[in-house]
Design a protein around this ligand. Structure first.
Ligand SMILES: C[S@@+](CC[C@H](N)C(=O)[O-])C[C@H]1O[C@@H](n2cnc3c(N)ncnc32)[C@H](O)[C@@H]1O
Length: 242
């Protein structure tokens, strides 16, 4: 299965591929993105470029991808309907679409969302529906999800428990959830460039994450740190709902 990476080519702007019908126009509900979005993460080209700035950034992203995809292979089933929160430019969306029945990919930044819609359309991902939405208050309804994926988004959320609880409420009992948080004091990575986004990252210890997850009504199935240069950088969490 392919591991998605940055991509900028695509079909005409403003269309998304809907799992339940033909491509249709995106009409963003919100024009003002939530404050939690650091500005570089609202621009697809800047976002993808950020992972090329240093070997350390590239290495960490590669390690994270490997871990996330392994966790996804363990949790996801072909019959699952999955919500991806903060899909960005789609680093994980295509891989997710290959493994499950349908994906609703929500993304609050309009340019990122349009880029993702074009990319999914171009890649023929007919089981992906791109839509507006954000944590913690606008996950966009939809079915009680069989699985939820939230990679690189909780980094910027002060209230981790509130966000986890919101995702748990959107899931069916017995559902799985896969998310990442930065390990405390992990950002920026040694040797990587310090960007404005690094000032606003909320790092967590394994204990802090596990406590917040339990309070949100989630079971921690696995919590694995991605380690670079002997320091934990990102925690990859596999969770169970209910
Ligand atoms: C670091 S990027 C991660 C994108 C993608 N998941 C990945 O791993 O490449 C964070 C994404 O989360 C989105 N985002 C920021 N705040 C959010 C929120 N409150 N709810 C949902 N998405 C959010 C941003 O627009 C951005 O696309």
């Amino acid at each position: 299965m392919s591991v998605p990476g940055p991509d900028s080519a695509g079909a005409p702007a403003g269309t998304v591929d809907d799992a339940r019908g033909p491509a249709r126009e995106i009409r963003p509900r919100s024009t003002v993105p939530p404050l939690s979005i650091p500005w570089p993460w609202r621009h697809p080209r800047l976002y993808d470029l950020a992972f090329r700035l240093s070997p350390a950034d590239r290495r960490l992203r590669g390690l994270e991808q490997r871990r996330v995809l392994a966790a996804l292979d363990a949790a996801a089933r072909p019959s699952d309907h999955v919500l991806e929160v903060g899909a960005g430019t789609g680093w994980y969306t295509g891989a997710l679409a290959e493994r499950v029945r349908s994906v609703r990919a929500i993304e609050p930044a309009p340019r990122m969302r349009a880029h993702l819609g074009r990319r999914m359309l171009r890649d023929g991902r007919r089981n992906v529906h791109v839509a507006d939405g954000s944590l913690p208050h606008d996950l966009g309804g939809g079915p009680p999800w069989d699985g939820l994926v939230c990679i690189g988004v909780l980094d910027y959320q002060r209230d981790l428990e509130e966000c986890l609880a919101a995702m748990a409420r959107a899931a069916r009992p017995g559902a799985w959830m896969l998310c990442t948080v930065p390990a405390r004091a992990a950002a920026p990575v040694d040797g990587a460039r310090r960007l404005p986004i690094h000032e606003r990252v909320f790092g967590r210890t394994e204990r802090e994450f596990a406590d917040a997850a339990r309070r949100a009504g989630l079971r921690v199935r696995d919590l694995t740190p991605v380690v670079l240069r002997r320091r934990p950088r990102t925690l990859v969490a596999s969770l169970g709902v209910g």
